[in-house]
Design a protein around this ligand. Structure first.
Ligand code: NAD
Ligand code: IPM
Ligand code: MN
Length: 343
């Protein structure tokens, strides 16, 4: 039986709850589809940081880089660490240092009553390719006196590879349109997005390239989400648009993401954060974590198991077994158990 080494960083707030709820579901799906997971739980979190002053030790980083097939992460963020230092080192640190330049975030409506939009706006199925290794997230800049300066890094190589990833995915999945979004009318550095998009799109004649400034795209995603298939954008806009996308299809309790570099181990995390007000109450929706597990299975070469997990989540939603964020009364654990039963 094929086995995969998966490192778990449950993290803070609702992170540990959704991860612990999702693990038996993923184990069950793996067993059903003839493979196994060797799980290793790592302690890195706000609590660990406050106790030891350690965010992600170098040896742990090397272990994650060299020895595992995937990293499955809950969420990082804790009011006791207002500067978010541990999340910067662990989450952003892993994205940057493992060069996981693709942040893949699907937006799909799993049940018609989950969208706040009108009934004729209910075929929502697009993916966001968020650039994940550059942008303002690198934290370059300076603070001099009253001036707080943030620099946004857009390299030709970085922009080219995320745009290419979006087109490659579109081609492999039979999609016919790729929308690139920037703010090149106001930010001169975004001209590199225009140049690369124009050049790369010519290599994919079966795919229609289109461009939207990010402000206009935010509006259109709300007004006409069914038009969009693949959106490619920078790190910050991708962060914002992925929460907007989640809002179109039921909220953060359902939004999954994968941080990828083709050929390497990926980092898989729900789009949501640690939701401190919900922590410890047993009400967090574990579906985003389960659907994130599906993205992990897909990446590990188990597409059938991934589809099966998605179907089981969809069936559970349809059966009305839902946490309060989706209008239900079920607990984290009841939802996870219902997904397992649907498998
Ligand atoms: P958040 O995603 O944690 O929560 C926002 C709201 O969304 C919550 O209050 C809750 O109402 C809802 N929500 C989120 N996940 C849910 C779930 N699984 N089930 C039900 N409802 C859910 O965003 P925030 O409040 O802006 O951030 C809280 C902390 O999380 C901050 O420290 C932030 O930096 C961090 N954060 C971490 C990650 C990550 O680790 N990947 C992502 C986003 C935010
Ligand atoms: C996300 C989160 C992170 C980001 C935060 C916690 C740094 O919001 O994964 O979407 O901005 O990338
Ligand atoms: Mn975010």
């Amino acid at each position: 039986m094929r086995r995969h080494a998966v490192a778990i960083i449950a993290g803070d707030g609702i992170g540990p709850e959704v991860i612990e709820a999702a693990i038996p579901v993923l184990d069950g799906a793996a067993a059903k589809h003839g493979f196994g997971l060797d799980l290793e739980r790592l302690p890195y979190s706000a609590t660990h940081y406050l106790k030891t002053r350690e965010t992600l030790p170098e040896a742990a980083f090397r272990h994650l880089r060299d020895d595992v097939d995937a990293i499955f992460l809950g969420a990082l963020g804790d009011p006791r660490v207002p500067g978010n230092e541990h999340a910067r080192d662990i989450l952003l640190g892993l994205r940057f240092r493992l060069d996981l330049y693709i942040n893949f975030r699907p937006v799909r409506l799993l049940h018609p009553d989950l969208t706040p939009l009108r009934a004729d706006r209910r075929t929502i199925d697009f993916v966001i390719f968020r650039e994940n290794a550059e942008g303002v997230y690198l934290g370059r800049g300076r603070i001099t006196g009253d001036e707080y300066v943030a620099e946004e890094v857009n390299t030709a190589k970085g922009v080219e590879r995320i745009i290419r990833a979006a087109f490659e995915w579109a081609r492999a999945h039979g999609r016919t349109r790729v929308t690139m979004s920037d703010k090149s009318n106001a930010v001169p550095a975004h001209l590199v997005w225009q140049q690369k998009f124009k050049a790369i799109s010519q290599e994919y004649p079966a795919i229609t390239p289109e461009h939207r400034y990010v402000d206009a795209l935010a509006l259109e995603l709300v007004r006409e989400p069914e038009r969009f298939q693949v959106v490619v954008t920078n790190n910050l806009y991708g962060d914002i648009l992925s929460d907007l996308g989640a809002g179109l299809v039921g909220g953060l309790g359902l939004a999954a993401s994968a941080n990828l570099h083709p050929g390497r181990a990926g980092l898989f995390e729900p789009v949501h954060g640690s939701a401190p007000p919900l922590a410890g109450k047993g009400v967090a929706n574990p579906m985003a974590a389960v659907l994130t597990g599906a993205l992990m299975f897909e990446q590990l070469g188990h597409a059938q198991a991934a589809r099966d997990l998605e179907r089981a989540v969809q069936q559970t939603i349809a059966a009305g077994v839902r946490t309060p964020d989706l209008g239900g009364k079920s607990t984290t654990r009841e939802v996870a158990e219902a997904i397992s039963a649907a498998l």
